[in-house]
Write a protein that binds this ligand. Structure first.
Ligand SMILES: Cc1ncc(COP(=O)(O)O)c(C=O)c1O
Length: 451
């Protein structure tokens, strides 16, 4: 029975390495992410199925949840072991840990789950989404390096590429409209461009990237494709569609409770290992380490990410359809008249929907603010707050908040209207209860001026 369980559900017992009094352990499981193999040779079909197939760690005393390895440093039984660990002969693939800025078992466990979610060989979790993005760029580009990036990106990423990387590291970026594949092709300089960077679904304009085609173009010129999948976990799986690396702001949907800032880099084992290198690794040397207590909490939330995404997406589609019928200018890739609807449909994993964010263009900032004020302070539909993926609806006027790093010309190029309200649709309460609050607010707005 135990063997059957082990085979079918990929369950392993906790580490008993220390009990023998020797550092050489018999248990050599090469499913740690530093090895090239996935946890089992099961075919990746769907993110939820992959998560269910991922190895399940029990607690030290047989608890259904793993124990938290809340240690900054780790002991060895024999002095020689320390030398061998630093020489790279013994590592986390054989359950040898040095120090938690390098590897920590609880953080590594979350990394394994993130790798399963995105269907990558490996993943490593970081203290924020921005540290995941900056570390990956610094690993893939050297001084003099070049990036081609979408002109529609989260404001912080845009600022990193526009201001910080050129000043601090002499890494420059050409921003392009990634919907125009010819322009992307022209912007890539073979032999000089290191990375093609874009968001699977862009923040805040909700344009959808043609991941297979963009990856093909980049690969023809030897360029690594990095995709920020923060807006569409479960919905899209960029590496399965041809990209090389996925970055996440875990602070959003994956956390789901708006209480944690965290990130992840999911990609080939060779890349993740290089980022952890003692001499040249951006994660190891810049040190945006995740706390194991945080990693534990996040690992407990991944099993219900799929259920949450389905409900976010279902409600976003329903509200987007109803708001469109009321005459509002709604942007949502799940609507048939969205220019990227056919594209997202062709790429999306089955049964998750088209994302939990919708935008409504109120044309002016004044009208956007008035709508958000009514929605929060009169009908209690949601909160005026940045971020997304929370169980409550969160609303912000992107041009003056999360995209304020872009100047007016950049905002125009990115398609961010001054009155664009981004709504991350929550799932608390019933769909109809929340719709009545939204509907009431919209009626109140119309009393002053029709849409
Ligand atoms: C698409 C996207 N990527 C990355 C980030 C940065 O993530 P974090 O806030 O976790 O550093 C954000 C934050 O808003 C985002 O929206």
């Amino acid at each position: 029975m135990a063997d059957t369980l082990n085979q079918n559900t990929n369950i392993v017992a906790s580490n008993k390495k220390r009990s023998s009094g020797s550092d050489e352990c018999d248990h050599h499981d090469d499913s740690f992410f530093v090895s090239k193999k996935q946890s089992k040779s099961l075919v990746w079909e769907d993110p939820a199925a992959a998560l269910a197939n991922a190895r399940h760690e029990f607690g030290e005393h047989g608890g259904v949840n793993m124990s938290i390895e809340a240690s900054a440093t780790f002991t060895v039984m024999e002095p020689e072991t320390m030398r061998r660990m630093f020489a790279g002969e013994l590592g986390p693939d054989r359950d040898f840990f040095i120090y938690s800025r390098h590897f920590n078992p609880t953080v590594l466990n979350l990394g394994r789950l993130m790798a399963a979610l995105e269907g990558t060989e490996a993943a490593y979790c970081t203290a924020s989404g921005m540290s995941a993005i900056s570390s990956v760029m610094l690993q893939l580009c050297s001084s003099g390096g070049h990036v081609v990036a979408s002109q529609t990106l989260y404001g912080g990423t845009h600022a990193l590429l526009t201001h910080f990387l050129p000043r601090a590291c002499n890494i420059t970026t050409s921003f392009v409209d990634v919907r125009d594949l010819e322009i992307v092709k022209e912007a890539i300089v073979e032999g000089r461009t290191n990375v093609l960077y874009f968001e699977s679904v862009s923040n805040p304009t909700l344009t959808v990237a043609n991941i297979p085609e963009l990856s093909r173009i980049a690969h023809e010129k030897g360029v690594t494709v990095v995709v920020d999948n923060t807006f569409a976990p479960m919905v899209l799986s960029p590496v399965k569609l041809g990209a090389d690396v996925v970055v996440h702001s875990i602070s959003k949907y994956i956390s789901g409770a708006a209480d944690i800032i965290a990130g992840a880099v999911c990609g080939p084992a060779s890349l993740v290992n290089s980022m952890m290198d003692l001499h040249q690794g951006s994660l190891m040397l810049l040190g945006p380490t995740m706390n194991p207590k945080v990693a534990f909490e996040l690992a407990e939330r991944l099993p219900h990410l799929g259920l949450r995404m389905k409900e976010h997406c279902k409600r976003a589609l329903e509200y987007a359809s109803r708001m469109t019928k009321l005459g509002l200018k709604v942007i949502y890739p799940g609507l048939e008249d969205h220019p990227d609807h056919a594209l997202i449909k062709s790429m999306a994993n089955k049964d998750y929907g088209y994302g939990g964010i919708l935008c409504v263009d109120m044309e002016t900032e004044e009208r956007a603010n008035r709508l958000m004020n009514v929605l929060q302070n009169f009908t209690q539909f949601g909160f005026m707050a940045v971020s997304l993926g929370y169980y409550e609806t969160l609303m912000s006027c992107s041009g003056s908040s999360t995209s304020s790093e872009l100047n007016n010309e950049e905002k125009e190029l990115a398609g961010i209207s001054p009155g664009l309200v981004r709504m991350s649709i929550g799932y608390n309460g019933s769909l109809e209860q929340k719709w009545s609050q939204l509907d009431k607010a919209l009626s109140k707005m119309q009393e002053k001026m029709p849409f």
